[in-house]
Design a protein around this ligand. Sequence first.
Ligand SMILES: Cc1ncc(COP(=O)(O)O)c(C=O)c1O
Length: 447
Amino acid sequence: MKKEAQELWQPMTHPGTVQDDPPIAITSAKGVFITDANNQTVLDAVGGLWNVNLGYSCQSIKDAIAQQLQELPYYSSFRGVTTDKTLKLSQNLTNWFGEEQMGRAFFTSGGSDSVETALRLARQYHKIRGDKDRYKFIGLKKGYHGTHFGGASINGNVKFRRNYEPYLPGCFHVSCPWTYRNPFNEEKSDRLAQLCAQQLEDEVISQSPDTVAAVIMEPVLGAGGVIVPDSSFMPLVREICDNHGILLIADEVITAFGRTGAWTGSRLWNVQPDLMCLAKALTNGYFPLGATMISEKLVDTFEANTDGAGEINHGYTYSGHPVGAAAALAVLEELKTNDLPTNSSLRGKELAQGLAKLKDAHRWIGDARGIGLMHALELVSDRSAKTALDKNSMALVGQEIYNNGVMVRISGNNMILSPPLIITDQHVKNILDAIDAGLSALTKQHD
Ligand SMILES: Cc1ncc(COP(=O)(O)O)c(C=O)c1O
């Protein structure tokens, strides 16, 4: 008999597995809960894909989308035209990110597009200024910057790189401040931050600083397994960039809009980046939209240019889509009355405490880490050797947690938690109980 989903190839999945093991089809959602085609309702501790920060029932965003579809379902933002909502959103976003001194917004269709735009604008900035050799990019190992060839070239995770090589020339990677595993065998986060920053500066110097266009980093590394740098790290990166005339791109696709417990990851670490990549929670996941924010420092170089080098010959059919812009405007209104960073921080602390207790109770947890409402459990089969837990055991744990009423994201040997930022303390308890049950089921299978 023909199985469901045979015609579907999914992102980040081997297409062969879908033939025997069809994905769970989600059919509806309410608040922070999702319901599947078998009528099972679970708490969504993934928050869609780190993006449904306000949950699934935010009526004002749905209404804004519906109304915009009636008024103007689409118009282009290419030269000479745009839409009223696109204009308004650019104003509102530059205000929203005033503390980061963002002066302009360039709209995209999602995170990978925002990264691609930032990389291109970084190169162009140097070209306009006559610094034509600055084309190289440096990123962090374990960093994730989407799937376009630019972003993937600067991704620092072998998993996302291996099957698609070769990549863009001129992209280099340095160690990230991951206390659990690092080449320096350093567990102290402030010391590790210094060592990683030194490695970055060494790389810049060995590349010749006048060839480096930008350093790109996530303020908290997400897809690489929720790696939270020491608070000194991003400021050190900023300093190195400044000392060598290099731009700093903050990839805030996950961290903007409250997930870390601050409105942005850059604000969390007290840093003003030169370019910021946004997407995901910008529309609460209800419509695909992204933005690259351009800091005041770059604005004049582009706008005052007279020889054509400042012309942005880059953009997407859906740049500034009016429906996406309407959704984002509604999100920003919601955020004015919804103190997401505070809830993220409070619930995040409860979650962290609970995960630490689970670590004491279950030998499978090698490391529990996170900040705000982005956390990861790194699962191992042998704690002292830090041996990654095998794929089947990871799948079993994920399935048992689901059976116990919670959706988590299994990625390699990491269990990633990124629930909506509106969860309550009771939801946190539900998540912890379900994980407890999932890990107990694994122990039972082994003992
Ligand atoms: C930090 C970061 N940058 C870029 C992206 C790519 O975004 P998208 O999947 O919307 O293209 C992601 C996606 O998870 C991300 O986490």
